[in-house]
Design a protein around this ligand. Sequence first.
Ligand SMILES: C[S@@+](CC[C@H](N)C(=O)[O-])C[C@H]1O[C@@H](n2cnc3c(N)ncnc32)[C@H](O)[C@@H]1O
Length: 463
Amino acid sequence: MRANGAALERLEDRRVAVSGALDREHRSTFGQFFTPGAVAGFMASLLDFRVGEAIHLLDPGAGIGSLTAAVAQHAGKWRMRVTCYELEPAFQAELKETLAGLPNVSAEVQARDFIEHAVLLVTGNRSPGCTHAILNPPYRKINTDSSHRMLMRKLGLETTNLYTCFLAGTVALCAPGAQVVAIIPRSFMNGLYFKPFRYWLMGRVAITHIHVFDRRDAAFADDEVLQENVILRMIVGADQGSVEVSVSTDQRFADVRKRPCEFAEIVTPGDDERFLHVPTLGSSSSAGLPGFSLRELGLDVCTGPVVDFRLRDHINRQAEPGAVPLLYASHFAGGRFEWPKQGRKPNSIFRNAETERWLMAKGCYVILRRFSSKEEKRRVVAYLFDGDALPGDAVGFENHLNVIHEDRHGLPPDVARGLVAYLNSQAVDDYFRVFSGHTQVNATDLRRLKYPSRADLQKLGED
Ligand SMILES: C[S@@+](CC[C@H](N)C(=O)[O-])C[C@H]1O[C@@H](n2cnc3c(N)ncnc32)[C@H](O)[C@@H]1O
């Protein structure tokens, strides 16, 4: 009764062939990257089946059916009803062929737009109440006026990306207690624009498992997709409990490390942004990180206090008499600090009653850009800023920078140098990849990171 191994192997060959035959640009526009067999198998293994349960599996954006085939294989003796959605005519025949080869599956293919249909069903009180769902949705940004975005508003969600629409549509079509397994980009976990989605999702599901890959290109290696992905298992309508977190180097799952984590380790209690963090699991990349928080070192980090459009009238292109240096991310680029810099950004800010509270004392600070530039391979790039080399008694840091300070003043130069060396080490960069999962470096991330003791930083700074 079960889909056999040979059929799954043939499916892998077809996956590679169908993918290869598609135009790259078309695939990327429609987010048509198929799930490799090993990833599909791992995802399917996260679904449980209960005795006597009538299984109804949803596979939205099913492609050629790789995920359903993996679930059918995993389900073994269980029979199941499956609903697959697939909009792309080029895949529908292949999808039907895959489904026909699954003896324990009775399938229905919906050759239409999943989002439109999901919203139609939900708003018409005709949700099928699926018991299980598995998805690798398409991802691309959607415009404010896109029809998908308007449709999502009917489900109470304001969203900016197609994959969040798919996940929301899926949850809405599931019965309470349903299990949903999805492979999606990590951007929703701490992207600023995904805040409404985080609230929407965490208000409706309990997250029970998070799997991440150490390597950024790991999940869809043969499609050269550089997107960082995460696999989530969720239970619709359940109370949030602890979360199983697992990590593997890549899609071979040869070295899965896992441990149960309290939800408070994932979402900091009281965090209004509801950022999701993936705790490290003693992987090769996090091993050996030392153990002091910035606060324990007597330091803190803030985002640059100067929001330039609010102080527009006080800001100058050039270094003016009576003004102090104003530093933007562009002054810290390619591993080099340069000021003044001729370009699009200003260089100075007048020091007066209105600007004073947004300025910081002259001194030695550690600066990290909040958004790394595309050409920078490393996510964490720390710069030493030595204000003593610049004119004026104060300095303005613009809001796109993170500033590590000591009570809003500069740091002892050797501690600052040690911090820069530490933050620029490979171990920290690796750690950020696992822990943070996106190209932003938030002050919260820097507060959570562990640092060497002050004495060790000083030694590091002397070298
Ligand atoms: C990332 S691919 C994944 C395919 C398959 N689930 C897998 O894992 O191999 C997403 C699929 O969704 C389909 N798709 C994109 N937009 C869709 C929509 N609005 N409705 C239904 N399917 C859609 C694409 O054609 C593509 O096959």
